[in-house]
Every structure is written in C-alpha cells, then in structure tokens.
Design a protein around this ligand. Structure first.
Ligand SMILES: Nc1nc2c(c(=O)[nH]1)N[C@H]1C(S)=C(S)[C@@H](COP(=O)(O)O)O[C@H]1N2
Ligand SMILES: [Mo]
Length: 440
C-alpha cells in the first residue's frame, strides 16, 4: 500500500492531465507531492474523522486532567510547590486543591497518564491518515493557507511534544532541559490553542463525514479534501479492520498500563510500569518512588539524633522519636498517588494529626498552612507547603506507621506526611521540620 516506487519519468507516475486543473496550480514534482503517490485505499474523510473525533474527546479529557494535576500542586501557596515559575496568567484557573474526595488525585492523574498512553495508536493512525496533506502542492497557496498550515504545524508539533514529554517522564527518562513540568505545562497551552482552532474549522466537516457514511467517496474517486487516493492499490484490510487494529493497539496499551493505577493483583499486568511489578510483601510492600539510598539519606540522619522540629509564630518545640510516639496516634486510610500515574490502593497509616502538632506550638482551631521539610539535602521534592485546609483535615497525618508496622526506610522512616487528596509528591518522606504559619 506504500508508494508505487516507480522511477522518475515513468508515465504511470504522472497525473492524468485533463486540462481542467485550476489555474496557477503548478505540476507537483514527482514523489509524495503527487496525490497518486499515496496508494492506500483506506484513506478518506470517514476514517480520518473517526480518529479525529476520538482524539477530540480524549485530548479534551487529557487537557482538563492535566490542568487539574497542576492545580493539585497548590502552586500559588509557595515557591517550593511550583515547578513552573512564571506561569503568569496561565495560572488564572488555579484553586485550592480539596482534600475530599481523598482519592480525587489518584483518579484524575491515573486517567491523565493512562489515557495519554492509550491514545498513542489513535494519534499515529490519525497522522498516517492525513499524511498526503503534509506534502500538499503547492506548499503555500495564499496568506490564509499559510496561516492554516502554520497552525497545523503547531498542532502536530504540539501533540508530538506533549505525548513525548509525558511518556518520557512517566518512563522516568528525565532528559529534559529544565523542568518537565514547565515544558509540559507551556507546551499544553500552545498545543491546545492550535487544537481549538483546528476543531473549530474541522468539526462540522468531520461530523458530516462520519454521519454520511454512504456518501464516502470510493477509493479512486478523489474527494474535495484530498485524502482519497486517486490511484489506490488493492486493499489488504477494510477500513473497519484498520479501525479495529488501532482499537486493539489501544486496548493492549490499556492492559499493560492501567494496573499501575489500579494496584493489587492488576499491578502484575502493568508491564509498562517503570517502578516494577513487584513492590515486595508485608505491611511496607507497596510502590516506592525514591528509595532512601537514592536520595542520599544516611542512617545517622534518621537515627537516635533525629528530631522533629515544630515551629509556630514565636515558638519552637523539638521532639524525639519517642516523644512523637507518645502523642495521641490516629489512623487514616489513604493512597499514594504519583504524578507519574501509578498509585497504591489505600494504605492504613498511623501517626499524629497535623493539627495536634500545630497545637504544640500554640495554634488553635484556625491552623494555618505548613512547610514540611525532609532531612533530605537536595532535590526538588525535599519539601512542600500544605494548605490550611489540608492541615485541618483530620485524615492528614505525620505518619510513623503503615499497615500496622513501623515505616520502612524507603517509605520515609522515621516520619512522613500523608495528606488526603494530595499528589504523592506532597507526602514528604523523612520529615524533620514543620513550620506553621510563616509565609515562605
Ligand atoms: N523527601 C522526599 N519525600 C518524597 C519524595 C522525595 O523524593 N523526597 N518523593 C515524593 C513522591 S514524588 C511520591 S510519589 C511519594 C512516594 O511515596 P512512597 O515512595 O512511599 O510510595 O513520596 C513523596 N515524598
Ligand atoms: Mo511522585
């Protein structure tokens, strides 16, 4: 179904001249600029429109869940939370991330990452279906046409950029110049701008093409849009067959991805999950993002010399591990839900309420926000600011136990934050200092 491969000057390759070509249409050079170079009998407005409508729905969901993901970082609270400084007015929509439902981020981010992976075959198929248009001749017909082609460049380039950066990040290939968040966030706005323009111009035509299936031009009958091959090769698969093939590709990706967000038995099917499918067993047997060793936590940092420093306006209290254990202990069932799409089912955490720690430094019912810091020396995830409503939620703990056992070194021993509804990155591990109510 590929190009005919015919050599230069083969009479077959030249479009039949009818003498009715629009004036000013230069004869395209031999090769992909000629419509008859593209021989798949599958290409046509119907197939392109079906893929297009799937992407319209899917990319809308990706965009919304992506914006939510950024909001979940509470970037307006503090510079340490914001991975995209200078967001400017692009942060217009931000709102304080709620603590209920406590599984909200697990859901929105699981959908964002899983859907992004599942849509890859559809995106590739859509691009394949319109590739003759890339070589359109003449490349530019008018100022309007030039503008349209430029917007398509932003559309295709933007899609490629967003999918590539997202997939590289969830596969832990941190090869970006600068922060992934910054690139993915700004890239999303550029892409969505081009996407909205594209949809505005093409949606009516796509809906018509999908509805009027009987009106689909047969292969060999060039359509107005220029997708149908004027010299089709014999079909090797039907259009529906091609659709099924792409669908099966997406389904296969779903099966090897979704397990990392569902957890439990399903994690075994998550062949694409970079954190491995075997998180170990026992009470601490669930996914680990960064191990203690990988971020340079030394045994002496978390040994007998460890202290929890709690600061409030004008007050400071230092607690030993034993003093922390002597405070009233509470339990809450919360998941870890990482920006990379993987998450754990609810874990049973045990520890001290953040409000009780605030009370140690004289803070009452209106507990303010808190800066949580780790013994970890470097790295962007060593600290986070939690909002006042996150602190006040009775499920938010400084946890010392999980599933009935002491925290393992890799899950944040001696103490870590667990916060209802918050992204994993705000569940700081190896905590050593809490600073309540001071602007940071
Ligand atoms: N100090 C510190 N805390 C941290 C991190 C880190 O790199 N350093 N990673 C965060 C991220 S991104 C996630 S998803 C969770 C993962 O917690 P877990 O490894 O216990 O599953 O820890 C968070 N806490
Ligand atoms: Mo994470």
């Amino acid at each position: 179904m590929g190009p005919s491969g015919g050599g230069r000057g083969q009479p077959d390759d030249a479009p039949p001249r009818t003498g009715k070509e629009p004036r000013g249409t230069a004869t395209p050079p031999p090769g992909p600029a000629r419509p008859e170079f593209w021989r798949s009998p599958l290409r046509g407005p119907w197939l392109t429109s079906v893929f297009g409508l799937v992407l319209l729905f899917g990319i809308t969901v990706l965009f919304v869940t992506g914006l939510l993901s950024y909001a979940a970082y509470n970037p307006d609270l503090a510079a340490v939370n914001d991975q995209t400084p200078d967001k400017g007015w692009l942060g217009f929509y931000l709102f304080p991330w709620p603590t209920s439902p406590y599984w909200l981020y697990r859901l929105t981010q699981g959908v964002h990452v899983t859907l992004g992976i599942v849509l890859v075959p559809v995106l590739l198929a859509k691009l394949w279906s319109v590739i003759p248009k890339l070589f359109e001749w003449p490349p530019v017909r008018s100022a309007g046409h030039a503008l349209e082609r430029l917007s398509l460049l932003l559309l295709v380039g933007g899609a490629g950029f967003e999918f590539a950066t997202g997939i590289l990040n969830v596969q832990l290939h941190y090869i970006f110049p600068g922060s992934f968040y910054t690139l993915h966030f700004y890239g999303a706005w550029v892409f969505i701008g081009a996407f909205v323009v594209h949809v505005a111009f093409r949606l009516p035509r796509a809906l018509r093409a999908v509805r009027a299936r009987s009106g689909e031009p047969a292969a060999g009958t060039p359509d107005a849009v220029g997708l149908v091959s004027p010299r089709p090769a014999a079909p090797t698969i039907s259009r529906r067959g091609a659709l099924a093939m792409v669908g099966l590709g997406s389904l296969a990706l779903l099966v090897v991805t979704a397990g990392q967000s569902i957890g439990g038995w399903w994690r075994r099917t998550a062949l694409l999950a970079p954190h491995g499918r075997d998180p170990g067993s026992g009470p601490n047997g669930f996914q680990i993002n960064k191990t203690a060793a990988s971020v340079g936590i030394r045994p002496s940092d978390v040994g007998p010399a460890w202290r929890l420093t709690v600061r409030g306006p004008g007050r400071q209290v230092d607690l030993t591990y034993e003093q922390l254990l002597a405070m009233t202990q509470h339990e809450s069932a919360l998941p870890i839900a990482c920006v990379e799409g993987w998450s754990t089912p609810d874990q049973r955490w045990g520890g001290v309420r953040l409000t009780d720690l605030a009370a140690l430094v004289g803070l009452g019912v209106n507990t303010p926000e808190v800066l949580v810091e780790s013994v970890q020396r470097g790295g962007s995830f060593r600290s986070a600011v939690l909002s006042d409503q996150q602190v006040r939620d009775s499920r938010s703990l400084l946890a010392v136990r999980v599933n009935g056992a002491v925290l393992s070194a890799d899950h944040g021993y001696p103490a870590r934050a667990v916060v209802a509804g918050a992204p994993g990155v705000h569940n700081t591990k190896w905590v050593t200092r809490l600073t309540f109510g001071e602007p940071v």
